[in-house]
Write a protein that binds this ligand. Structure first.
Ligand code: HEM
Length: 218
């Protein structure tokens, strides 16, 4: 895939120098820029881990069924503020989610626009079709813009966790309204938050390794 291709070309030009972690940090930035979003400076020099654990990763990453307080705690555990949380979820202006990620939101929740829920129920039944995809931003899923926040104001967030950041809490509702009204403010906060997230506990110096193949430790 894309990362393998980037890595293969880098290894040819300059073997053993650029980590997969740095490739991902740059690729995330460049993807956002390519889709019309903000740019930011990516500090480099991250090294790659020598092990990987799906269960350890899942223990730190909140599921889409999370409520607001769970989202706030899991971001705070990584040093990320409520402001960072609301800005970073704005990345759900692009991309897709599987039926299994939003099923309980469209069948069980009340904080969802009924006609939006109905249209999703047509493609995502109560059982089966688990992998059918729907856009996280129903309006412009391939543009980095602020329509994700406007969807939340209309109760048209795809994930339960997305709608939680605009669901009557004074901690986050105001931020959602601000980003829905002001794209340049969103872009500024998103860029700042991506820099902060990209600098969480990087491996540097002699820690870790430079992977040869991004899919596995050396
Ligand atoms: C607030 C906590 C978050 C939760 C609960 C969450 C949850 C999810 C879920 C469930 C999906 C769909 C996965 C699937 O169905 O296969 C998804 C997709 C995505 N998420 Fe998040 N996410 C969160 C934060 C973030 C952050 C901080 C970023 C980046 C800054 C991000 C970027 C994305 C992108 C780009 C996609 C689309 C992926 C694709 O189309 O392949 N998410 N997220």
């Amino acid at each position: 895939n894309v990362v393998d291709n980037i890595k293969a070309r880098l290894e040819k030009a300059c073997p053993g120098v650029v980590s997969c972690a740095d490739i991902l940090a740059i690729a995330a930035r460049d993807s956002v820029v390519r889709l019309g979003g903000p740019s930011w400076k990516v500090r480099l020099g991250r090294r790659d881990s020598t092990s990987a654990s799906r269960s350890a990763a899942n223990a730190s990453i909140p599921p889409p069924t999370s409520n607001l307080s769970a989202l706030i705690s899991s971001f705070s555990a990584q040093g990320l503020s409520i402001k960072n949380l609301v800005a970073l979820t704005g990345s759900h202006t692009i991309g897709l989610a599987r039926c299994t990620s939003f099923r309980s939101h469209i069948y069980n929740d009340s904080n969802i626009d009924p006609s939006f829920a109905n249209s999703l129920r047509r493609i995502c039944p109560r059982s089966g079709n688990d992998s059918v995809l729907a856009p996280l931003d129903r309006q412009t899923p391939t543009s980095f813009d602020n329509l994700y926040y406007k969807n939340l104001l209309d109760k048209k967030g795809l994930l339960h966790s997305d709608q939680e950041i605009f669901n009557g809490s004074s901690l986050t509702d105001g931020l959602v309204k601000m980003y829905a009204a002001d794209t340049s403010l969103l872009f500024k906060e998103f860029a700042k938050s991506m820099i902060k997230m990209g600098n969480i506990k990087p491996l540097t110096g002699n820690a870790g390794e430079i992977r040869i193949n991004c899919r596995k430790a050396n």
